[in-house]
Design a protein around this ligand. Structure first.
Ligand code: AMP
Ligand code: MG
Length: 414
């Protein structure tokens, strides 16, 4: 029996995890890479692990503005030292002799001989004389050489999607350029004879194409290069031609609309004519049908045309697939939060539901999550209202005040 239960009414719905696993097992990371300036590497995927050419900090340095001292010089009744040098950040001092102190500033190298820094707040000055009112323990306020990074240590793993802190860490060890995966090329099209682009006038029966904008925005966030195949007419030839062109030019083809099995849905026969297709009915709401296939080596994922279904399908299937193709390593499933439900969900369902939801902190400081009143997958304003998705599991009922799983958009859309 094939995986495809296309169209067969009442056929078993595929569990979500199984569908994601099947898809990800077929994702092949792209191989090409290029070298870019560290400042330009934001959101790119690191192609090779990076090791540190230096030790950080390179030398013991002061964690405070204060005085570098030798703790052995201080004892009960002896708290006076002579200030013999001044070491601002960016310079280096002379060895510290017995009975001496060095005025020192945060980040400046601790001079040889000193074994602690005393905060300036715990001292008094009388000309060149320093009076230490609270003697520090040996080692106090010194950041040790190598405390952060040893020479040769791996600082960034291959497959890391580079966030600002990764660029900062690379820069902190002097790495000026980084090898990153080339951008993933993604061909997209929208099927539907009813679609027109904003800027045009709507004729009766027409609607504006919103999926193009949602999808291309989502892809840009992931750093993809978009090959826009535009709007494709609801017929077999046009759908087949768009698919063939996308497969020839891109690493991945994504489409919205036309994935059902009505007579106006041409994605299934067109992919089958060119390659192989699995059309799954997945046990989720919204977004039940998802098409996944290959045209030659190029994968294809088709989402339903309903704008909310497209959005959820992207978050659940397209996004992890893209991350894997981009060469991102590790867990691709975003972490979920647990939040208090400010709603009741009395009716259990066989499908897992991803409910447009909004997490807010109340005046009492507690974070509670509410859900959008409409469950229609055509209501795109619900996604704008929401800041995440509540996940209602198969068979789950929820009473106000219970904890529910919440997937914040901040995890899904970065
Ligand atoms: P389909 O999946 O083609 O059966 O479309 C399902 C619903 O989504 C229909 O109401 C379509 O008009 C609508 N739809 C399809 N594509 C788009 C699009 N690109 N933008 C906005 N709505 C769409
Ligand atoms: Mg359609």
């Amino acid at each position: 029996m094939s995986d495809c239960d296309c169209g067969s009414q009442g056929a078993a719905l595929k569990p979500l995890e199984e569908a994601i696993e099947l898809m990800l097992a077929r994702a092949r990371p792209i191989s090409g890479s290029e070298r870019v300036a560290t400042a330009e590497a934001l959101d790119r995927v690191l192609a090779e692990a990076q090791t540190s050419p230096i030790t950080v900090p390179a030398w013991d340095n002061s964690a405070m503005d204060g005085y570098a001292i030798r703790t052995a010089d201080l004892s009960e009744g002896q708290n006076r030292l002579r200030v013999t040098q001044r070491i601002p950040a960016g310079s280096s001092g002379e060895p510290l002799g017995a009975g001496e102190a060095a005025r020192i500033f945060t980040g400046a190298p601790v001079p040889p001989g000193a074994d602690a820094v005393v905060m300036q707040e715990f001292c008094e000055r009388d000309g060149d004389t320093l009076i230490v009112k609270r003697p520090p323990a040996p080692g106090a306020n010194i950041r040790r050489a190598g405390e952060d990074i040893e020479t040769g240590a791996e600082v960034l793993a291959a497959g890391t999607r580079l966030a600002p802190q990764h660029l900062g860490l690379a820069a902190s060890v002097g790495i000026a350029t980084l090898p990153v995966k080339r951008r993933l090329k993604v061909a997209i099209f929208s099927s539907g004879d009813e679609l027109v682009m904003p800027g045009e006038t709507l004729a009766p029966g027409q609607i504006y194409n919103s999926n193009h904008f949602t999808l291309s925005g989502l892809l840009r966030r992931l750093g993809c290069e978009i090959i826009d195949l535009g709007q494709v007419e609801d017929n077999f030839e046009a759908t087949r031609d768009a698919l063939a062109r996308g497969a020839g030019e891109a690493d991945l083809v994504l489409a919205s609309g036309g994935v059902s099995v009505g007579e106006e849905d041409h994605v299934k026969p067109a992919v089958e004519a060119l390659g192989t297709l699995d059309l799954w009915k997945i046990a989720i709401r919204p977004g039940k049908p998802v098409a996944f296939g290959h045209i030659g080596e190029t994968p294809f994922i088709g989402a339903p045309g309903n704008p909310v279904s497209l959005f959820v399908t992207f978050c659940l299937f397209m996004r992890p697939f893209i991350l894997r193709q981009q060469g991102v390593s590790g867990d691709l499933v975003p972490p979920m939060l647990s939040a208090e439900a400010a709603f009741d969900w009395p009716k259990p369902d066989k499908r897992r539901e991803f409910v447009r939801a909004r997490l807010e902190t109340g005046p009492d400081g507690a974070a509670r999550v509410s859900v959008y009143p409409s469950r229609s997958s055509g209501v795109l304003s619900s996604v704008v209202w929401a800041n995440g998705l509540v996940v209602i599991r198969e068979g789950q009922v929820v009473r106000r005040g219970e904890r529910v799983d919440f997937l914040p958009f901040s995890e899904l859309l970065q």
